[in-house]
Design a protein around this ligand. Structure first.
Ligand SMILES: [Zn+2]
Length: 215
C-alpha cells in the first residue's frame, strides 16, 4: 500500500488539500501539491522552474505541458515512493496528458479519491469566513465566531470578507469546477478506480473514512 500512487480531487472549499496532507502522513507517502511543486521549482531555479516563473510573473496560467514536465521532474526525484497528487488534473486534456506521461514511465494512478461536498454547503462554508485585516486571524460565522460581532478577538480590528470568499466568486469557481473537473471525475469513475467520500463532518473522521475506503 505504501507505494500507491493516488490522486485527490474535490471542489474548492471541500477541504481536499487538508485531507491530502493527512492521508499522505497516515500512509507514509509523499504529498505532491502542484502549488508546492511550482513554488519549489521557481525557488530552485530549475530549467522548467525558470519558464514557469515567466508565466507567473505575467499573472498567466502555467501551460499544461510545462506543469506536466514539472510533475515528471518531481516523480524522477521521488523514485519508487508512493505519492498523492493534489491540484492536477483539473481538466480532461490534463487528465489525458497525465495518463500518457505515466504510461511512458510504466506507472499508473492506482486510486482516485473524490472529496465530495454539496455546493450549497461549500458556499455557506466559504462565505461565512471573516478575516482580520490587521493580524490575519481567521473566523467563521458558523463554526468559529468572534466573541464580539464583527471584531477580532485578538486585536479588536473590524473583520472583513476576503474578495476570494465573496459569494459571486465562490459560485464562479464552482461553475468552472462543474464544467471542467467533473468530467475528469467521470473519466476515473469509468476506469473503476474512484473512491468517493463525503467531505461534510470532522476533519479526522473524513481522513479515517478515506483510509478505510482505500483498504
Ligand atoms: Zn486581529
Amino acid at each position: 500500500m505504501s507505494k500507491e500512487h493516488l490522486l485527490i480531487i474535490g471542489p474548492p472549499g471541500s477541504g481536499k488539500g487538508t485531507q491530502a496532507v493527512r492521508v499522505a502522513s497516515e500512509l507514509g507517502i509523499v504529498h505532491l501539491s502542484t502549488g508546492d511543486i511550482l513554488r519549489e521549482a521557481v525557488k530552485n531555479g530549475t530549467e522548467l522552474g525558470a519558464k514557469a516563473r515567466g508565466y507567473m510573473e505575467k499573472g498567466a496560467l502555467v501551460p499544461d505541458e510545462l506543469m506536466l514536465g514539472l510533475i515528471g521532474d518531481e516523480l524522477d526525484r521521488l523514485g519508487d515512493s508512493g505519492w498523492i497528487l493534489d491540484g492536477f488534473p483539473r481538466t480532461m486534456p490534463q487528465a489525458e496528458a497525465l495518463d500518457g506521461m505515466l504510461d511512458e514511465r510504466r506507472e499508473r494512478i492506482d486510486r482516485v479519491i473524490l472529496v465530495d461536498l454539496d455546493f450549497e454547503v461549500i458556499v455557506k462554508r466559504i462565505t461565512s469566513r471573516r478575516v482580520c485585516p490587521v493580524c490575519g486571524a481567521v473566523y467563521n460565522l458558523e463554526t468559529l465566531k468572534p466573541k464580539v460581532d464583527g471584531k477580532c478577538d485578538k486585536c479588536g480590528a473590524d473583520l472583513v470578507i476576503r474578495p476570494d470568499d465573496r459569494e459571486e466568486t465562490v459560485r464562479h469557481r464552482l461553475d468552472v469546477y462543474k464544467e471542467q473537473t467533473e468530467p475528469v471525475i467521470d473519466f476515473y469513475r469509468k476506469k473503476g478506480n474512484l473512491v468517493a467520500v463525503n467531505g461534510e463532518g470532522k476533519i479526522e473522521e473524513i481522513t479515517a473514512e478515506i483510509i478505510r475506503a482505500l483498504k
